[in-house]
Design a protein around this ligand. Sequence first.
Ligand code: SF4
Ligand code: SF4
Ligand code: SF4
Length: 300
Amino acid sequence: MASQNRRDFLKTAAFIGASAASISSVSTKAETLDKLPESRMGVLVDTTVCIGCRNCEWACKEAHNLETDSLETYSNRSVLKGKRRPDEYALTVVNEYDNPKNPMLPTDVKVQCMHCDDPACASACIVGAFTKHENGTVTWDSSKCIGCRYCIIACPFQVPAFEYSKALEPNIMKCDFCFDRTKEGKLPACVEICPVEAIIYGKRKDLIEIAHDRIKRHPDKYIDHILGEYEVGGTSWLYLAGQDFTKLDFPVLGKAPAPGVTESIQHGIFAYFIPPIALYALLGGVMWLNKNKNKPEEVF
Ligand code: SF4
Ligand code: SF4
Ligand code: SF4
């Protein structure tokens, strides 16, 4: 088995080496901020409104054909106590936190891909499997992915998950902003089902205005910070909160787009150690093998 894997590796490396020129000519960098249309869409998540019903978790699974129980089972609030991240089984999750302003009213926070304006996942992907669309969505293409999982490492919000449970053709799993639904003029499934409009869908620029207006009108209720307005160059999903975002497990991020970091690392490797084509061939071979494995250590 091991020798078969090595033969496969050499064949794959040769194939990818031959096609590396075309790969390296493909721009893997997503559209930059200044090219994105003003009219691009977003979602405003108001964590002071969310009641932690988890209907959004259920609707997301339904819309993406992910295994789920009945909606009634989602009223079990004990799940909220654990701090969960989106994973291969759930593209969005809701966590609950103490609310220092009102201990009787905890803060519930829905988490999913932020759909960054300058996505680090897209920048890190050496085969261009991610696309930043004009409407603000960041999607992932299974036909291009080689399973390297650089996107998982690069994401500043720790969002993309790998389908370790699938032995054959595992996918990168993350919120796709319900791209197929919004293309048809429908709302994202989570937005549509939310019973209290804690998540609202609209033009990003309008949502920012709404968020600033809420902060201005209720300075006692909100902190003066819209998460995602500027972080990592801006994101399509925006958050309002009544307490510091670090208390809600959001990372502290600067205004500079996260891709700058990954690109610097990649350029450093290319400049001083290995020519890009050789590196793509090597990485491509290893990753092609990895893609069909449950565990990385089982490759050789
Ligand atoms: S949150 Fe992570 S996965 Fe989503 S677009 Fe940004 S970098 Fe990519
Ligand atoms: S936008 Fe769609 S994919 Fe993303 S969390 Fe909502 S329902 Fe899930
Ligand atoms: S459906 Fe709305 S209120 Fe319920 S958990 Fe999700 S965001 Fe919060």
